[in-house]
Design a protein around this ligand. Sequence first.
Ligand SMILES: *Cc1c(COP(=O)(O)O)cnc(C)c1O
Length: 401
Amino acid sequence: MQKPVEYNLPDLNGRFGKYGGKYVPETLITPLKELEEIYNHLKNDKSFQDELLKLNSEYTGRPTPLTYAESLTRHFGKGKIYLKREDLCHTGAHKINNALGQILLAKKLGKTRIIAETGAGQHGVATATVCAKFGLKCQVYMGEVDIERQSLNVFRMKLLGAEVIPVSSGSRTLKDATNEAIRDWVTNVKNTHYIIGSVVGPHPYPMMVRDFQSVIGKEARAQILNAEGRLPGYILASVGGGSNSIGIFYPFINSDTKLIGIEAGGYGINTGKHCATLTLGREGIFQGMKTYLLQNDDGQVSEVHSISAGLDYPGVGPEHSYLKDNVIAEYYSVTDDEAIEATELLSKSEGIIPALESAHAVAYLNYLMPKTKSDDIIIVNVSGRGDKDLDTIRKNLNLGQ
Ligand SMILES: *Cc1c(COP(=O)(O)O)cnc(C)c1O
């Protein structure tokens, strides 16, 4: 792995090498520029950062713990495995880190209405939550298929005062919800801020969302130095759009720590039913960015599959495309079945029921651990808790009577 001496991306055009950029309709160029300017100012504004820090602490419950996984370590018989506990964040996953940052931004921009897209419903819930807290009107686009799969999260959003708008186009899942949200934003950009849920979309979103999520890696770095006096050999994180992974990777980019992202292998990467974008995708343009994409020979975006709704996305954040090409991070995949097995392993060994997304990262320990040195430290990012997935887990795991 060739680590960069200095890493300072994206460039002024919002590019990570050839990836990223702003492939949007004319009407969005000015609002994106405005967003970028205010963000660049607030990034270095002490009162904004203090306000975010205070909310992270008093509302989200940060810093989240770094837990030594003693039984899991014993299971593999070597190394030292730690878990970064984003499952303990308010609302149950890392998504709130970004939603809070962006709602503060929306207030600074003077916007009165928030829109968002959601797949599993986690980002919709995080957005509805911060809108409730700050008293802003909230509308969330969600595919009809996902509305059915995630009815509890739909109810949560409604209880929080948000309106959920069903999307019936295309595959009626996350990518279609995102298309609708972009369409809405183009029309209503004057009073509306669009809170994107991952490190995707046009510049400055991939950069902003990364910065808000990098609180995960900043904390983990300080916590592991405090616990062990050295940095980990490896960090594992699941990759959907790529926000929890870039969040924990980013503060380690200039270190010797190996950064490993795990995509959803679905039924297996030879079946055509998976979301292994970085493993099998090709460069393309999608939802405002240039990045790796799962697409057919005509360049049409593929229908994708994962047992985990949060990983069920045919694209990936452009920074990951850059990190992959330059071998700064590595990307692999595990299947639905392997994720289910890892869910049971973590539940029974550590008393922690992970989100199915996070279980993908846990599952990769089966491949990684045989290759590690006996004293290697490994951090696994537990991006969320499994409550939302219990129905799916129950259907796929026979625990007997
Ligand atoms: C949404 C989600 C993911 C996937 O999104 P990223 O942007 O790749 O982090 C992973 N884990 C959980 C718990 C999620 O809710």
